[in-house]
Design a protein around this ligand. Sequence first.
Ligand SMILES: [Zn+2]
Length: 277
Amino acid sequence: MRVTGPVECAADFREMCRYEALEGGVAGLAPGRAAGLAIQRAVRWALAGDVDAVVTAPVHKPALEEAGYHPGHTEMLMALSAAPRVGMLMCDEGSGGGDRPAKRVLLATTHIPLASVPDAVTAELLSSQTRLLAAALRSDWGIPVPRIALCALNPHASDEGLFGSEERDVYGPALASLADAPWSLTGPVPADTVFGRAFAGEFDAVVAPYHDVGMAAFKTAAFGRGVNVTIGLPFVRTSPDHGTAFDIAGRGVADPSSMVEAIGLAIRLARGRRRVG
Ligand SMILES: [Zn+2]
């Protein structure tokens, strides 16, 4: 196993920023350029097969945008690798001792206003995200028959239509379209029970219909051990589940545990994908 960088990225970084003063913990055009360049280079290596996985550190989205890049890793990775569809999967693999089951939550929709969620959660989206998740669990995690739960949108999964119709009109067709899939699918399960059941080991992963329902449960349970995995890319990509924390840059007090988990999981998933591929 060979781990590369950040050393080799540093050459690009210097090259880009030769004429500009850079300061830790400060956003701007030069650091935005450097970050974009590092991501481009990592993807180039991954697509060429020079590396098996890419682990990304947090980026400052406005700085990336100012430098002329897509304002986020996932958007950049999709564009650079021409991936038609990706999924944002939060993982806590239960490492660190004890017998803790893994916690995995796929966000079917990500950074959109809550008011846009009902229109965005379509049967097609739920079924394609679930397929992507099942494929990743099989190839990268080596789980032959993944057990997946779909988290409902409405309280009590709408109590047979009392609190909404999406469980019948959207989840119904999605589940029907996946009925012949060679894995186990349960849902729609109410949000107030699905995560407890999954995190106790009943399911390998949960598909959450929107960001906060999934992230609130995940981050409460995962205590900073969370890793963000982008599934659907032609290479393995992980990142820690926190932001840039400019306020503590250079002070030597940042907690590296999520980054350590992200690197460890990238290695494990890359090995899994190699075994299958
Ligand atoms: Zn987020």
